[in-house]
Design a protein around this ligand. Structure first.
Ligand code: SF4
Length: 151
């Protein structure tokens, strides 16, 4: 994959963050209040500022946290589509530089990330509501996650 740093994938980002993503950015020196937001379904997402991810430098066309960026950003443009499964996002102008082996590897990471983010949202929702169901409904939660990650 050869990224041209066009910034299209950082515009009005809906990027979901795992707790590991948050920790990595905090360890790099960023206060979580400055970059994350919670949605009404218990998912943690990257904040936008002036139409782009808070970490996107529009003047230099660069991600300011490239080495520490969320796993979803690292995996992109391989995404999970609710209808087509693992796909390469049509939006990315460099989509043709991804080979089959990379697509497969990143596809596995998307699924892994989906499960982690989903479980974390479920736990967050349970602790907010004071409930503890004791079990995770992975498929049901995965569907709710997919509605948020699909772009
Ligand atoms: S963290 Fe970096 S790569 Fe990810 S959306 Fe923000 S600016 Fe783009």
């Amino acid at each position: 994959m050869h990224c041209s740093h066009c910034g299209l994938c950082c515009e009005k980002t809906e990027m979901l963050l795992s707790s590991r993503d948050v920790k990595r950015l905090e360890t790099a020196g960023y206060d979580r209040q400055t970059f994350l937001r919670h949605d009404s379904n218990g998912f943690v997402k990257m904040k936008n500022r002036r139409g782009f991810c808070v970490f996107y430098d529009a003047e230099k066309c660069r991600c300011k946290v490239y080495r520490h960026r969320p796993l979803g950003c690292q995996i992109y443009p391989v995404i999970y589509s609710e209808y087509d499964g693992i796909v390469i996002d049509e939006l990315c102008p460099q989509k043709n530089t991804i080979n089959e082996s990379e697509r497969r590897k990143k596809g596995k990471k998307v699924i892994m990330l989906l499960r982690i983010i989903d479980e974390e949202a479920l736990i967050r929702n349970e602790s907010y509501s004071g409930q503890n169901s004791g079990s995770l409904n992975e498929s049901g939660q995965a569907i709710s996650y997919l509605k948020h990650i699909c772009i």
